[in-house]
Design a protein around this ligand. Structure first.
Ligand code: FAD
Ligand code: MLT
Ligand code: ZN
Length: 480
């Protein structure tokens, strides 16, 4: 149980804007985005500065009270959700939402952890630059959460994940000490890279309070197209052909199966299909030029014309204006929301080598649907990164209990296929609590042991986001 003297100290340090123990105020932040994991917390702590974060962590470390760092609470792995005991406190970074510096000359932005991604996009556009990472949750996801999950999204093809865009980090470590590693050093070989441990660390090794981010030139012109085609193999061939024709102008290449598009059209008001006829598979392409002219449209048009001529693509439309381009993106970005409304599904975030993905999708889908009659694979997403969300919809009429019963078996089955294909069971969403047991089951013991050793060294009392990312060590004598 959390001691009340601690609550009093925290309340005194953070003031009314930064502290609440009111269960009603805490409740929305104690469950995950999908509403599947419901936890409880003794308090919601919302510090407004790095110094306040440091004091909170130090006080909680002394009292051995666990902290669950939280940004926008959009985790797809229930990483920011406390357990149901109510012992932990949620440490929200949302009040730390200042952009401390924005420098177009050095192409860098220093953002506090609570800066919302869409706000950073707006601010960088105002100085003729952009932060080249985006995803469907951009209106809520924060820089701290994106960094802590090493988030991906729909521009990884061209710019990489968060890890490649982070130049420096400021963090509070589990004993309350502050590490200032914000300077954007291009070269730094002083040994283990703490920055890269914290990125993707899911709040288990410390609290990221600010990040120095790399910017790139703003979009001068963009061309967005929606393509209908027959198979993921054809889609990957199309990507290779576009890359040969247009180089790295192709920034996004997102695969959308007909089932996913149908779900969006059925559940998201105001959406309509871009092509007259339905196709088994669709691809959303965005090509970008940093200059207003020449626009990438001509090159994209010619490449698609050729793909239609050879039969690689079955149909295609290039957005005629920004509104239509945004409508295409809305279809893509609404898939998760539509799936949420459609009913239970076993959600997977998997990667294999890029060239192996079409075969994995073909054979993996057939295997899952035959092993679990009535289920339906809905695999969509970042084909060019070798990462799809290989989700498996429950049979018609299944209730929410399906998730915990047969859904768990479906997940193990699908993950076994991924491991057999040499892939990863978490490409971009992280482990959180959702994939913890699967990580323990399927990870090389040497890697797990190293992960536990790092955690124990930096967080000896286990106060930082317990129950996430790092599976507990097996009981003595239980084997690895
Ligand atoms: P939270 O959900 O609050 O936290 C995520 C994790 O980071 C937790 O473990 C938390 O403890 C930790 N954390 C948060 N802030 C800090 C901090 N300051 N210091 C230390 N630890 C911290 N993800 C992708 O990678 N690609 C996608 O395409 C994508 N699309 C999405 C679409 C939708 C509609 C939704 C709802 C989610 C999507 N996500 C995607 C998942 C999610 O948006 C990302 O994981 C995002 O990085 C989470 O940011 P957040 O601020 O909401 O973090
Ligand atoms: C996406 O690419 O849309 C996501 O990462 C979200 C999801 O997996 O549902
Ligand atoms: Zn994704």
């Amino acid at each position: 149980m959390t001691s009340s003297p601690l609550l009093e100290r925290l309340s005194a340090r953070l003031g009314p804007k930064g502290f609440t123990a009111d269960p009603v105020a805490i409740a929305p932040w104690a469950e995950d985005w999908r509403g599947r994991w419901k936890g409880a917390a003794a308090a919601l702590l919302s510090p407004a500065s790095t110094e306040e974060v440091a004091d909170v962590v130090r006080l909680c470390a002394e009292a051995r009270v666990p902290l669950v760092p939280q940004g926008g609470n959009t985790s797809m792995a229930a990483g920011a959700t406390p357990d149901a005991s109510g012992d932990a406190m949620i440490l929200s970074l949302r009040r730390m939402n200042r952009i401390r510096a924005l420098d177009a000359d050095t192409d860098s932005a220093v953002c506090e952890a609570g800066v919302i991604l869409a706000d950073l996009h707006t601010a960088t556009a105002e100085v003729g630059r952009r932060f080249p990472l985006t995803l469907g949750a951009k209106g809520s996801a924060t820089i701290g959460g994106l960094a802590s999950t090493n988030a991906g999204g729909t521009q990884v093809l061209r710019f990489g994940t968060m890890r490649t865009l982070i130049q420096g980090i400021e963090a509070v470590l589990p004993d309350g000490s502050v590490w200032n590693g914000l300077t954007a050093l291009k070269k730094d070989n002083r040994g283990y890279d703490l920055k890269h441990l914290l990125v993707g660390g899911e709040g288990t090794l410390g609290v990221i309070t600010a990040a120095n981010l790399r910017l790139v030139p703003a979009v001068g012109a963009r061309s967005v197209a929606w393509i209908g085609l027959d198979t993921p193999d054809a889609a990957l061939d199309l990507l290779r052909m576009l890359e040969a024709a247009m180089g790295d102008a192709v920034e996004s290449f997102e695969l959308v199966p007909r089932v996913a598009l149908d779900l969006v059209l059925a559940h998201v008001p105001g959406t309509r299909a871009p092509l007259a006829e339905p196709h088994a598979w669709n691809v959303l392409i965005e090509a970008v030029s940093p200059m207003a002219a020449p626009s990438p449209e001509k090159a994209l048009y010619e490449a698609l014309h050729s793909a239609l001529g050879t039969g690689l693509a079955a149909d295609a439309v290039i957005a005629a204006n920004e509104r239509q381009a945004e409508n295409f993106w809305r279809l893509r970005d609404s898939i998760s929301e539509a799936e949420k409304q459609a009913g239970p599904a076993a959600k997977h975030d998997i990667s294999v080598e890029v060239a192996a993905m079409p075969r994995f999708m073909r054979e993996g889908s057939a295997a899952v649907e035959s092993a679990f009659p009535g289920t339906r694979v809905i695999a969509f997403g970042h084909l060019g990164d070798g990462n799809v969300h290989f989700n498996v919809g429950a049979p018609l009429g299944a209730g929410p209990e399906w998730q915990e019963s047969e859904g768990t078996r479906v997940t193990s089955y699908a993950h076994d296929l991924v491991v057999a294909a040499g892939g990863s069971i978490s490409a971009e969403h992280g482990i959180g609590q959702m994939r913890l047991a699967e990580l323990a089951r399927l990870t090389d013991p040497a890697r797990l042991a190293a992960q536990r050793a790092i955690k124990a060294a930096l967080d000896p009392h286990g106060i930082m986001n317990p129950g996430k990312l790092v599976p507990p060590a097996p009981a003595p004598g239980a084997g690895s």
